[in-house]
Design a protein around this ligand. Sequence first.
Ligand code: ZN
Length: 702
Amino acid sequence: MRSKTRGAIQCEHRDLPISVVNNFGTILKGDSCGMIRLESATTEESMPRTPQPHHTRVLITSGFWRAYQTLNHERVIPYQWRALNDEIPDAPKSHSVENFRIAAAMSQGDYDGMVFQDSDLAKWIEAAGYAIENARDDSEFPAAARQTLEQRVRHVVDVIAAAQQPDGYLNTYFTVKRPDARWSNLRQAHELYVAGHMIEAGIAVFRGTGDRTLLDVVIRLADHIATVFGTEPGKKRGYPGHQEIELALIKLYRTTGETRFLDLARYFIDERGRTPYYFDAEATSPDFVRIWNSPLVHDYQQSHLPVREQVDAVGHSVRAMYQYVAMANLAIETGDAALAQACRALWESTTGRRMYVTGGIGSTSAGEQFTIDYDLPNDTAYAETCAAIGLFFFAHRMAVLDSDARYADVAERALYNGVISGLSLDGERYFYVNPLAVDPRVCDTNGTYAHVKYRRQPWYGCACCPPNIARLLASLGDYAAHATGTTLYLDHFMNGTVSATLEPGPLEVEVGGDYPWDGAVTVTVSDAPASDTTIAIRLPGWCDGPTITVNDEPVKVAAVLQRGYATLTRRWRAGDRIAVDLPMPVRTISADPRVKSSFGRIAVQRGPLVYCLEEADNRTGLHTVALASVPDFQVAHRDDLLGGVTVITSAGTTVALQACDDTLYRAPAYPPGRTDATLTFIPYYAWANREPGEMVVWVLAG
Ligand SMILES: [Zn+2]
């Protein structure tokens, strides 16, 4: 099934019509001086399921990410449905579905859970919608499982629709507990955040099933919100305490083509951080209903400055990422140069000075926040799974905004490391916090590490991360590629079918290989327009010496390299075959010397994967481990280990702690020397899937 929408702009700086498209719907933009003109959408059999078709569609059919999507479909999403219905023994209760049933007068009882508990269910529905879409397009997904999922979604959507209030309001906390206090505490109560996630759910269900029920619910919700907030007299000049609705409204605009949703998103983005501060007035209002005793600190929710004046990544890291995603999206939509520049500054702050080597962000558990440049402690790291997911989203939007592969490099770093580390290999346990060094014995006894778990958990009282992973995995194809005008950008190497509607017509390629374990990637053209188009393949920043052939003819990489992409332009024909080889030697990495916790230490990376040492393969006292000054890395793929991983071994040394006596402090000639050891590294994402033990990413330099 393929759909088409064309957009074109004429711009004084460029002669060619330009359309920028993404995967959620139509994006049309020019460059910073461009105006957009949407031509009529033409579709084939997909109408009315997809009135605003996405221009790239990636169906992941084999390999590393297909395994994750299958796990998501068969284990993660069904497990989470049970969790949301409180059917997991010994797991914290969710009450999410029950809250909606109570709000819909289908059940008796009190609301239970966090004030934003609705969002857990919304993210699950979003995951289910995309999983259904994948299953619809791929017959290898079992039909029975798809039907079961569709029934569950239909059932819960009916409950949600019944919980919606006559004026369009939808939030079970306030409907059940405080119907008099709607919108009285935007800073803490998460109403707009929850609404945003419900909007994303409605879009995903529509995409997956063609059923408009939830989409219509969230359109009514968004229209209700527009009656409450805005600059017009009588409306509140408020904005969310936790960003999310902004990016969701832009997605709703792309899905429906209704500019009022873009306008509302722009209002929320533009209003944020203006003085006098809305949150100051709100906190002193007689209507204010306190949710928590958290102090009002404007940095925390990035409301300290208007967004175009923000240059440092501060405050709660997930809030920050969702804001930056929305800013980048709006910049793409409108060509707002100041907004785009702010995004670039915030990108540099986030990824240049405040990001872990795993793509984790958020250095402290105190408020789940960023701190200062280069403060990246390994053992007390927060690095929330949701924050890495948010960074992945932000990186993708920046790659679309600037067509620069360095953004996709960071997306890859986050995805292969700090995102999927949040999910156990069996799909039923989760990390909220993703540390880079762990000692279980200390975690059990030292309250400083109370947030650090060394076993993934069955669920959380605050369960934002588990369904966030599920929705990302289900929609992963949306982030594998993007398209502009006559160019298809392959941002990530995910095996499957990539379909794009370019200006001259449809281009379809098959991506194959064994990434991330092997750097040989093939791109085979299966359909192409009868004129020149460009296939732009990201050459990862970690890779030295990539080689490319087209139909076995070598390509001079330097001659085709543009902003990190190998841009191959020709009149492609079905059967044309591009072979990319990305050499993957084991690399050692050191951090900027200003990163105190990693000074004098080395991390090991191969391809996109950051590696770690676990006690299960090595021994206790991993803090003493030093890599040999000239490591003799050996690489071996182990199908029998951790679901199949490539293991790295090298010579190193450790200190024999058992030889220590009872003298706590002593002359530096002691301790009793280092002993040789063979170090065994596994991919970081796979840690904590065996018996609990120590783990470190950064080891001492030999
Ligand atoms: Zn989370």
